[in-house]
Write a protein that binds this ligand. Structure first.
Ligand SMILES: Cc1ncc(C[n+]2csc(CCOP(=O)(O)OP(=O)(O)O)c2C)c(N)n1
Length: 608
């Protein structure tokens, strides 16, 4: 099958515009483009690095072509795409790797059902853990759900494979996964674009035996899955998705994804079998390739998934004994591994690439409203179950005020468990951001009320999904397109759940915060404090009066340093053997929290 065939039947001009159809695109932009060219009509996602820009980009295409939306979490997004496919529209959902865990309940059954219109699930893994809570390899989900998985190696393939995924989905009656990684998502390269293939809507197919997953139907669905795997394997053995690049027969390398580009750079002469699909595997092609080389390697990032499957075919292959199971590959690391394997000679003056940028600790922004919440919790000596968002940075110095953080939405459940376990002398507090609360904080909050535990929940409401770059959510009053929509009223929601004690407080008022936390933790039952201030970056750019230090008054007590505000630094002046402090006027946003904690009233607004 030629995976560029969609271009031939393109109809509408849409965003193509100029005659030169080459343009620089990141992998994420190319995925959105590929989906649009494939005639996708509905897209839904929850943000997560490195996948976020896929849905943001899809939303830039004409709304008459495609309706793109933020959903409250990945499971909802996946269900929205599934619903659209049932209704006859080509549909897509995108997520980061841990989003797969959230969505998995839906797609684990959907693979049994199959599709009506094409259904594509994009997942972006994060080898090297640049911005995640773990390094899981989503290809295990391909096996678990038996969902065919395409793995592009550059932005051009990101576009082509996404388009192809819709065709395969309909041809083989299955959702199809396209798996990328951080490097693919965020690397820009030239991409040939084409016009949209406005694939017509299909009729809704009334077929409860196939579409309703009750046990009797699931029992017939399972053998369908196994047959489909065989059919896909047959297809892949003759498809140009599996590409042989002939070279010396001494070394054969099976590789895929961005690892392929590193192999080509490091071993340009090698015999390479490039896989476009990592599940199922083109078994016959692999066997023939293995027979044609003296020594066979598999170069795959993260887990030895393909390696084990090749070994299970009875083929001798070398892999993870030389190529790490952890972290992100690079041309340098792949070269080093081939040196270790004795394939390449070590280069004496190999590189100057052990020149690294000095490490910089992650910090919250100057004036970040999360700072005061954690300062106040420190004042209370609370046991803090944290969650995932910008505020997780309060776990590190100087705030050092989060005790645990597991996964999105875990904080409240973890706090319930701590309370149920007993033996805790400190007040038990769960801290959770507004986007995370909507994502997966509501069911555990209901659980807390239902099971009548003594915990305090602090909703860190900065009115945005800050961690992933400032996306709207159901409590911002705006949708993905930036249009006005209903805004969830948190206080009303908590009261409806049955929380008896709810108070909102301005995050910049440290005294009020501390007092409110004290009252909340003294309450017997579930209490919720809404710490309320918009993020300093979004949606409103806050700027109060810039602060300065009256150096003559500063006694270098360091109280302001406890905020961890990046606008505050050491000055060249000293008091009693300690550095005094100064404020960088460019970075200061005038939140005044430093003035509130200053023990000598040395911090004041810059006189006008
Ligand atoms: C299951 C899952 N989905 C998505 C993400 C990516 N992510 C991390 S935190 C976060 C939301 C942060 O927003 P919020 O809770 O409002 O806190 P803020 O960053 O604004 O302080 C997202 C989307 C993730 N880590 N895990």
């Amino acid at each position: 099958m030629n995976y560029q065939s969609n271009a031939d039947s393109a109809k509408s001009a849409g965003k193509t515009g100029s005659k030169n159809n080459n343009r620089p695109m990141t992998g994420n932009e190319a995925i959105a483009r590929g989906a649009w060219e494939a005639g996708v009509r509905v897209g839904a996602a929850y943000p997560g690095t490195p996948s976020t820009e896929i849905m943001e980009n899809l939303a830039t295409y004409p709304v008459e072509d495609v309706k793109a939306q933020w959903s409250t979490n990945e499971k909802v997004a996946c269900d929205v795409a599934i619903g659209a496919s049932f209704a006859g529209a080509r549909a897509m959902t995108s997520m980061k790797h841990v989003g797969m865990n959230v969505a998995s309940d839906a797609f684990m059954s959907k693979t049994y059902i199959g599709v009506n219109a094409g259904l594509v699930l994009i997942v972006c893994d994060d080898p090297g853990i640049h911005s995640s809570q773990n390094e899981q390899d989503s290809r295990y989900y391909s096996r678990l759900s038996m969902m065919p998985t395409l793995e592009p190696s550059d932005a051009q393939e990101a576009l082509d494979f996404t388009k192809l995924a819709f065709d395969l989905s309909e041809q083989f009656d299955t959702p199809v996964m396209v798996r990328g990684t951080t490097r693919l998502s965020h690397t820009r390269s030239a991409v040939q674009v084409n016009e949209r293939n406005d694939v017509p809507m299909r009729e809704f197919v009334e077929n409860p035996d196939k579409n309703v997953m009750i046990p009797s139907n699931a029992r017939t669905g399972h053998p369908r899955l196994i047959k489909r795997e065989e059919a896909l394997q047959e297809f892949l053995n003759s498809s140009d998705l599996t590409r042989l690049e002939k070279g010396s027969s001494k070394i054969g390398v099976i590789t895929l994804s961005t690892a392929y580009t590193y192999v080509k750079e490091v071993l340009p002469e090698a015999n390479v079998l490039k896989l476009g699909c990592s599940y199922p595997l083109p078994d016959e092609t692999i066997k023939k390739f293995a027979d044609s080389v003296d020594r066979l390697f598999i170069v795959e990032e993260l887990e030895p998934i393909i390696e084990k499957e090749i070994l299970a075919m009875g083929i001798k292959v070398e892999g993870k004994e030389f190529f790490s199971r952890m972290g992100e590959f690079s041309p340098e690391s792949v070269r080093d591994s081939f040196v270790q394997a004795g394939v390449l000679e070590a280069e004496e003056d190999a590189a100057d690439w052990d020149v690294y940028a000095p490490p910089r600790p992650p910090v919250l922004c100057a004036g970040c409203p999360h700072i005061s919440s954690y300062m106040s919790l420190r004042g209370l000596d609370a046991r803090v179950a944290g969650d995932i968002g910008c505020y997780t940075l309060a776990a590190v110095k100087p705030l050092s005020s989060i005790d645990t953080c597991v996964a999105m939405g875990s904080s409240i459940g973890n706090a319930i468990g701590m309370a149920k376990a007993g033996g805790q002398v400190r007040p038990i507090v769960a801290t959770i951001g507004d986007s995370t609360m909507l994502h997966s904080g509501i069911p555990p909050l209901i659980d807390a009320v239902y099971n009548n535990v003594n915990i305090t929940v602090v909703l860190l409401d900065n009115h945005i999904t800050a961690m992933t770059g400032g996306q709207n959510h159901a409590a911002t009053g705006k949708n993905l397109a930036g249009e006005e929509t209903h805004r969830v009223d948190f206080a009303a929601l908590f009261e409806a759940i049955g929380v008896q004690w709810v108070k909102q407080v301005d995050s910049y008022d440290l005294g009020a915060m501390l007092q409110t936390f004290r009252e909340a933790t003294e309450f017997k039952g579930v209490s919720v404090v809404i710490s309320d201030r918009p993020c300093v970056l979004d949606p409103v750019k806050i700027r109060g009066e810039t602060m300065m230090v009256r150096s003559e008054n500063c006694t270098a007590c360091q109280s302001c340093m406890n905020l961890g505000c990046p606008a505050i630094g050491w000055s060249d002046e000293w008091y009693d053997g300690h550095h005094k402090v100064e404020i960088n006027a460019e970075a200061c946003i005038g939140c005044s929290m430093c003035a509130q904690v200053c023990s000598t009233n040395s911090i004041v607004s810059v006189p006008k």
